[in-house]
Write a protein that binds this ligand. Structure first.
Ligand code: IMP
Length: 183
């Protein structure tokens, strides 16, 4: 039996929320050249939505870059995150906003923020499209959150299951046959 995808957040709502978040960030970010840093691959569509909706007056000065990390949770309860691709842009002295697709256990962001703090940015904020209502392994500050969702496995708008469903332009709950939970 095929997995079922049940729409949860439609494209229009995502775009509307991304526009509101882009406006809030543009207003609150003191720098004239804020730097958005997205986590590949999941945050790419959301980061591009933020860029598209950034107020016209600040668009020319807005920069973005990407990092790629690998998370291993396995046997270590604390987990481990390895940086596979670093930013091209130097973060020192910059107003950096980390852009993530979803915050679940907080493990990934906890490690990324620690890494980034060592690079001496002027300021460091977090913007995530989704945040799960769960008990986190690491409490991480999410300065800008698109939507809070229940503890469900979701796909679409960058989020994948084994590499698929990323390109859906909406967010859906993935229901596996036999009620199994995606890992
Ligand atoms: P954390 O490190 O547990 O906070 O999880 C962060 C990463 O896990 C995200 O960037 C996603 O790649 C992945 N992830 C967590 N929950 C989901 C989900 O519901 N769908 C797809 N990927 C998820």
């Amino acid at each position: 039996m095929e997995p079922r995808i049940v729409p949860l957040i439609v494209r229009e709502s995502i775009e509307e929320r991304a526009a509101a978040m882009a406006h809030a960030m543009a207003v609150e970010c003191a720098s004239e050249r804020p730097l958005l840093v997205g986590l590949l691959n999941g945050a790419a569509p959301f980061l591009m939505a933020l860029v598209r909706h950034w107020p016209a007056a600040g668009q020319a000065g807005l920069e973005y870059d990407f990092i790629d990390v690998k998370s291993y949770v396995g046997t270590q309860s604390s987990g481990h995150v390895e940086l596979v691709k670093d930013t091209r842009v130097d973060l020192a002295g910059r107003d950096v906003i980390v852009v993530e697709d979803i915050v679940d256990t907080g493990l990934t962001l906890h490690h990324v923020l620690a890494l980034f703090k060592d690079k001496n940015p002027k300021s460091l904020k977090v913007c995530s499209l989704l945040k799960k209502r769960v008990e986190r392994l690491h409490e991480v500050p999410v300065d800008y959150c698109g939507f809070e969702i229940d503890d469900l496995f979701v796909v679409g708008f960058g989020l994948d299951f084994d590499g698929i469903y990323r390109s859906l332009n909406y967010i859906a709950v993935l229901e596996l046959p036999d009620g199994k939970e995606p890992e």
